[in-house]
Design a binder for this molecule. Structure first.
Ligand code: ATP
Ligand code: MG
Length: 689
């Protein structure tokens, strides 16, 4: 008898799910690649494979499952649980809860590094810097080396960090990276080398790791055969979704974990590779089969799309057919529909917002919830006009991608207290915290941090230094707070409340809108309650910050139903019944930034494809004739006239229902234009009478 959950799969999906299962005891199947287009059930197949492994006796604690975001990993865990429940009934929860190793590459890396910290000479209390902290630290080093003063044209902290990150993640030299992507920085190689060396040293001294370190250190660990054996030996199965968006470090980690490929499954779609700006390389997935010898990995392709209607799929296929290079084949579907995707011209962004609101509400009238609808855009600031309109019309929405809850100053301040208690050597965090006190500026903060960092117990040393001038009662209060946190007086998550009550008077002093900010802090406290310890909370929040507060289970949303707003990048892997795409015009997609090389242009094309393939039933691409750009040029902010994206040339218009909105006034304006022509003609004739 076959398990009921297998019967829903098509033959090829089933082959992938069952691959290498049922071999004699102790034998694990060889490496497997599932490569196929959007909506062909790759993620679903991977979830079934994990479920099937567990049903067939695999130990869930020995399965490593890596996805692109934490959201994707909890979604995957839910699917696995559903499958297991069909076999084990209510005991399934116990089985799947044991899937302790499901997460993102960075999250899993952080956990392993902490476990192996002693063997690799890391202090177990290391804290993790997010991009902003990393840029700040880069800036400190840049100042110390004097590059910011003497060299006025020296690249900014953000650019320096981007170059550093690219060098690390692509395993290339500074020179190669500059030549490929930062030609205007060529000539600064020597200084950059010094800067990066200083940056690395500062991180080590301060016991902090940045995002890239999590992969870099992990890859380093895997190059030691004994440690690699030990870590690889923890897992019988290693499975990775969205493999097309991994970089070379990630590939080398995988090969280190499973050098022969036993129990290794990777899944992806080269046509959806959209993260090259983070050094992801599509070569990882294309070259995967031949990494193994004597027998290459088995490859399974899927050709049926279960997500979109036939007209939507035809349009998406049309777009990606024009790509220069592609491995995955076009898909087919039996989801017939009369409705082609819409290509809607509107006057400007205001009309674009009005059009969307009208359509979203009409869909809701027809029984489609707001959550089943999404608005996607290339860049986070493209949705601001729409956000204003949604707020005005009282339509709840949640936005993914772009500015995060955790990026706001007050949330970072509160986190800085906890982080400093965790790792008082972290200078960027120390600066942030000390500068909250009245009378403490950069110089005083630097002096304090210099003094205490020499001590093996910096927090004890802090308690002994003389009270800095003008800090008043705030100073002893800080000392009491930090020593309480150090001794874990309030326990977890109680210490978040302790930190908040210390911080609130400072918040009142520093910010005018303190009350709205306080609500965020309360929310942070609720989020913290969902984690087991301070360390887990800080690590996971930094690695995969909630892009919206609703990401966090247990945080009630004001409204149960809400519209989804998302960047295309953050929409990866997801689907909605109705999808609207904003600003499908040249300059937005491809974005101005992307118009550089052919490779960048091709990535922009794939982004459009990723966006379009999120839609199940309805898809509307909107092209405003005028849109507002934020000035990256001499003219500053301005309105520009736009034309339809170059990725939808005239030959592809057959796949769309081309229309303009609002319909009535477009017709009216056409009529009035004709009217004027007639009037002028009549007048001309009458002149000669
Ligand atoms: P993407 O490339 O966007 O990540 P994907 O290939 O991972 O897509 P899934 O998200 O796994 O595709 O599946 C797309 C949709 O198709 C989901 O709604 C899923 O439930 C459905 N689906 C997948 N396989 C089947 C099947 N055999 N029968 C019915 N529905 C299926
Ligand atoms: Mg998927």
């Amino acid at each position: 008898m076959t398990a009921a959950y297998l019967e829903k799969l098509n033959d090829r999906q089933r082959e992938a799910v069952e691959h290498g299962i049922g071999l004699p005891d102790g034998v694990t199947g060889g490496p497997l690649l599932i490569i196929a287009g959007a909506g062909s059930g790759k993620t679903n197949t991977l979830a079934h494979r994990v479920g099937h492994l567990i049903v067939n006796g695999a130990d869930p604690r020995r399965i490593l499952l890596m996805t692109f975001s934490r959201r994707a990993s909890s979604e995957m865990a839910r699917r696995v649980q559903r499958i297991c429940r069909q076999v084990f009934g209510d005991n399934a929860a116990v089985m799947t809860d044991a899937m302790a190793w499901a997460g993102t590459f960075h999250g899993i890396g952080a956990r392993l590094l902490r476990m192996y910290s002693e063997q690799i000479g890391l202090n177990v209390d290391f804290t993790i810097h997010d991009r902003e902290d990393s840029a700040d630290l880069m800036n400190l080093v840049r100042h110390e080396l004097g590059f910011s003063k003497t060299e006025s044209r020296f690249p900014t902290k953000g650019t320096c960090l981007a170059i550093y990150s690219r060098v690390v993640n692509s395993e290339s030299s500074i020179n190669e990276v500059l030549k490929a992507s930062y030609t205007y920085v060529l000539g600064w190689e020597e200084q950059l080398k010094q800067l990066f060396a200083g940056y690395v040293e500062a991180k080590q001294m301060q016991n902090v790791l940045d995002y890239d370190d999590l992969l870099l250190y992990w890859a380093q660990v895997m190059s030691d055969p004994e440690l690699a054996d030990d870590i690889g030996g923890r897992f019988d199965y290693v499975l990775v979704d969205e493999y097309q968006d991994t970089n070379r470090l990630q590939a080398s980690i995988l090969m280190g974990l499973k050098p022969g490929g036993r129990g290794l499954t990777v899944v992806g779609d080269d046509a959806q590779s959209i993260y090259s700006f983070r050094a992801a390389t599509v070569r990882n997935i294309l070259d995967f089969p031949n990494q193994f010898s004597p027998k290459p990995a088995d490859v399974i392709t899927l050709d049926r799309n279960y997500r979109s209607t036939q007209p939507i799929l035809a349009a998406a296929n049309g777009v990606i057919d024009l790509a220069r290079e592609r491995f995955t084949k076009n898909l087919w579907t039996d989801r017939e529909s009369e409705q082609r995707p819409m290509l809607v011209t509107v006057k400007d962004e205001t009309d674009q917002a009005n059009y969307i609101v009208e359509q979203v509400l009409a869909n809701r009238e027809d029984g489609m919830t707001l959550k089943e609808q999404a608005v996607l855009f290339r860049a986070s600031d493209h949705s601001s006009t729409l956000e204003v309109e949604l707020t005005r019309r009282n339509i709840p929405f949640v936005k993914f991608g772009g500015l995060k809850f955790l990026d706001s100053a007050h949330v970072k301040d509160l986190l800085a207290i906890l982080r400093f208690a965790q790792n008082p050597r972290d200078r960027v965090t120390g600066f942030r915290l000390l500068k909250l006190l009245p009378g403490v500026g950069s110089q005083t903060a630097a002096k304090i941090l210099d003094t205490i960092s020499a001590d093996p117990e910096p927090l004890l040393s802090l308690a002994e230094i003389p009270r800095p001038p003008k800090t008043g009662e705030a100073w002893p209060a800080l000392i009491t707070l930090l020593s309480g946190l150090r001794n874990a007086d309030s326990g977890w998550p109680g210490e978040v409340a302790t930190a908040r009550s210390w911080y609130e008077p400072h918040l009142d002093r520093i910010h005018e809108d303190a009350n709205t900010r306080k609500a965020d802090l309360l929310q942070l406290e609720q989020i913290a309650a969902g984690y087991l310890s301070r360390e887990r909370f800080l690590t996971e929040l930094t690695l995969d910050p909630p892009s919206a507060t609703s990401d966090q289970a247990g945080v009630p949303l004001l409204d149960e139903d809400y519209l989804i707003l998302s960047t295309i990048h953050s929409a990866k892997g997801q689907e909605w019944r109705s999808v609207f795409m904003l600003n499908v015009v040249d300059g937005c997609i491809p974005s101005d930034l992307g118009v550089g090389t052919t490779a960048e242009m091709e990535e922009e094309r794939r982004l459009l494809y990723v966006g379009m393939t999120r839609a199940r039933d309805n898809l509307s691409l909107i092209t405003p004739q005028r849109f507002f750009t934020h000035g990256q040029n001499a003219q500053g902010d301005r309105h520009v006239y736009a034309s339809r994206t170059r990725f939808i040339p005239v030959t592809l218009l057959q796949y769309f229902e081309v229309t303009s909105w609002p319909k009535v006034s477009a017709a009216a304006s056409e009529r009035s234009a004709r009217q004027i022509r007639i009037d002028v003609g009549a007048r001309m004739r009458s002149m000669w009478k």
